[in-house]
Design a binder for this molecule. Structure first.
Ligand SMILES: [Zn+2]
Length: 277
C-alpha cells in the first residue's frame, strides 16, 4: 500500500516537472518570437506543418501550367505551396452563380492567388473568409446597387468574383490589373484588422507605417504624376492598398526602382521575400 502511494507520488511529481518544463520552453519560444518580431518586423519562422498535404496529379498539372509564381519557387517552396493550397481548398466553400461550372482548374487558380499573397505569412487561412462565390461575368451587387467585377462581402464572409475578369487578371501578368490579387488583398487587410496573430500584427503595423509614409506629399504627387499606379488607388486607403499590391505583384522591378520606400513597405506587410521579390 505504502509502496503504491510512493510510486504514484513519484509519477505525479515526474509529470508535473515535465509539464513545467514544457511550459518554460513554450514561454521562452514565445518570448523569442515576440522579440524577433519587434526587432525585425517579420516572423521568426513562417512554414510549419506536421503532416504534409499533397495535391492530386491533376491539381499539380494545373498549377505547373498556370502559375508562374509557383514555377519560380525552389523545390522546398513548391512543397510548401502545395501543402497550403490543399489546406485552403479544403477549407473554403466554392459556390457558383447563374449556372456557372466551377471546375478544379478554377478552384486551383483562385486558391493559388490567395496562397501566393499569404506565402510569407505564418497564418494564411483567412478565417474571415469562408465562401468564394463565382459568377460567369460582372454581377449586380446589392451593396451599392451597381455591377461589380469582384467584391469582398464581410457579412457573408465571402469573396465574390466575375470569372471572366478574374481569369483576364490571372492570364495577363504585366498590366497591373489583377482582380484576384485586388480582392484577396481586401480580405487579408480586413482579416488583419480582426485578428491578432503574428501575420496580422505585421500586416497592420506595416499598414500604419504605409499611411505615415503617404503623408509625404511629394511622394504622393510623384505617384500620381507617374501614371504607374492607376487613379482608382486614390479612392480611399483600402483601395490604395489593393491597387498598389496589384502593381507590386505584377511589376516588382519597375515598382522597386520608381518607389523604393513604398515597395519596401508592401514587402514588409506581406513578408514577401521570395520568388525574385
Ligand atoms: Zn477594391
Amino acid at each position: 500500500m505504502v509502496e503504491e502511494e510512493v510510486g504514484f507520488g513519484m509519477l505525479f511529481a515526474g509529470l508535473l516537472t515535465f509539464g513545467l518544463l514544457l511550459l518554460i520552453v513554450f514561454l521562452i519560444f514565445k518570448m523569442f518570437d515576440t522579440i524577433y518580431l519587434s526587432l525585425f518586423k517579420r516572423p521568426a519562422w513562417v512554414h510549419f506543418y506536421l503532416f504534409k498535404k499533397k495535391l492530386s496529379k491533376e491539381q499539380k498539372v494545373i498549377l505547373r501550367n498556370n502559375s508562374s509564381f509557383y514555377s519560380r519557387l525552389s523545390s522546398v517552396g513548391k512543397e510548401r505551396f502545395e501543402h497550403r493550397l490543399q489546406c485552403f481548398l479544403n477549407d473554403k466553400e466554392f459556390i457558383s452563380r447563374q449556372d456557372f461550372v466551377i471546375d478544379e482548374e478554377k478552384k486551383v487558380l483562385i486558391s493559388a492567388t490567395a496562397v501566393m499573397l499569404t506565402f510569407g505569412m505564418r497564418k494564411y487561412m483567412l478565417p474571415i473568409l469562408e465562401k468564394i462565390i463565382v459568377y460567369p461575368k460582372e454581377f449586380y451587387s446589392t451593396i451599392d446597387e451597381r455591377y461589380h467585377k469582384g467584391e469582398f462581402n464581410p457579412r457573408l464572409k465571402a469573396l465574390v468574383f466575375s470569372w471572366k475578369d478574374f481569369e483576364e487578371g490571372f492570364r495577363v501578368e504585366d498590366d497591373n490589373l489583377n482582380l484576384g490579387i485586388h480582392e484577396f488583398t481586401h480580405a487579408i487587410h480586413l482579416n488583419s484588422i480582426k485578428r491578432s496573430d503574428t501575420a496580422s500584427v505585421v500586416f497592420s503595423d506595416g499598414f500604419s507605417e504605409l499611411l505615415r509614409l503617404l503623408r509625404n506629399e511629394d511622394l504622393v504627387e510623384g505617384i500620381k504624376k507617374s501614371g504607374f499606379i492607376r487613379d482608382y488607388a486614390f479612392t480611399n486607403e483600402f483601395e490604395f492598398l489593393a491597387v498598389v499590391v496589384e502593381n507590386f505583384i505584377e511589376s516588382p522591378k519597375e515598382f522597386k526602382s520608381q518607389f523604393p520606400s513604398l515597395y519596401k513597405k508592401i514587402q514588409q506587410m506581406f513578408n514577401f521575400r521570395f520568388a525574385g521579390y
